[in-house]
Design a protein around this ligand. Structure first.
Ligand code: GLU
Length: 295
């Protein structure tokens, strides 16, 4: 039986900080196709208020409609939901699996450079960023309270080890189902270390809001690029702690330039808008982009 024979609720969740490029088109078309007889949902992930631009939201709607996609409305807009993310964050605080961290990037860099072997020897996450060294993790609660009272800026970090331990108490087997390979993958709680889940002024992060919203929208198959596969390890732990249902995951290939480089908004890669303006037919773009799914 193919994946598409099952009715799934899938979603495409772009961030409106640039125009959609071919990689986004591929991801959206994949989500739409894998929904089968189910529902394809569009969600706008705009918690980064500094980079969010309303005209990019309109451009997303236009480009996706041009590709022939449709989705239920109203569209969920994450920047309207900070209170909801805050409630989830508070639950994690009550479970004592997050801690405030005042370390700046420079503090973290200096700390790591001062360790034997320096940056070269320090473990990194799948994106190549150094694992957070745990500064402020073990300070006394009196010091923590005093620092919070002082009013400086801080981030809420997930205590990944403690969080995984708590999650295992609720569910012995920590894993996720990778539908693209039809296999169950064990969660590695240390992959990204103690990630930031919220900031003092923004009560959420990508990891927290995506988990809250996938649950709220009853997403049964999360489809997204392979570059986000590592994040799923964090998401499964959060889902178990917050007692959300478990979706399956389909991490798809990334569309690349001929030289193997990943497409990116920042590099100004060719947008869907360009193909529209050139009179390219959506069906042709779709045929070029989305070879028939064999799974
Ligand atoms: N908003 C994310 C992005 O634009 C996608 C998140 C996801 O699919 O989980 O990269």
């Amino acid at each position: 039986m193919t994946l598409q024979a099952t009715a799934h609720i899938t979603r495409f969740a772009p961030s409106p900080n640039g125009k959609l490029h071919l990689g986004h088109a591929y991801s959206a078309l994949m989500a739409h196709k894998l929904a089968g007889a189910g529902t394809f949902i569009l969600r706008i992930e705009d918690i980064d208020l500094g980079r969010r631009r309303p005209h990019f939201i309109d451009a997303i709607y236009e480009d996706l409609a041009w590709l022939g996609l449709s989705w239920p409305t109203p569209v969920m807009i994450q920047s309207e939901r900070f209170d909801i993310y805050k409630t989830a964050l508070n639950k994690l605080r009550d479970m004592d699996v997050v801690y405030p961290c005042w370390a700046s990037r420079a503090d973290i860099r200096d700390y790591i450079n001062a360790q034997p072997g320096g940056r070269e020897a320090w473990p990194v996450d799948p994106d190549g960023a150094p694992i957070y060294p745990g500064l402020y993790k073990d300070i006394s609660s009196a010091k923590r309270d005093a620092m919070m009272w002082e009013g400086g800026t801080y981030a809420w970090r997930l205590d990944s080890e403690k969080a995984a331990k708590r999650a295992r108490q609720k569910q012995a087997n920590l894993s996720y189902f990778e539908a693209s390979k039809q296999e169950s993958i064990d969660v590695n709680s240390g992959l990204y270390g103690d990630v930031i889940l919220a900031r003092k002024e923004i009560p959420t992060s990508y990891h927290l809001s995506v988990v809250v919203d996938d649950a709220e929208q009853d997403i049964s198959l999360v489809t997204r690029g392979m570059d986000l596969q590592g994040a799923t390890h964090i998401h499964r732990i959060l889902q178990i702690l917050l007692e959300y249902p478990e979706p399956a995951y389909y991490h798809h290939e990334l569309v690349r330039e001929a030289d193997g480089r990943r497409l990116s908004k920042r590099a100004g890669d060719i947008g869907i808008e360009y193909y529209r303006a050139q009179g390219y037919a959506p069906a042709q773009l779709i045929d070029d982009l989305l070879p028939p799914l064999t799974t």
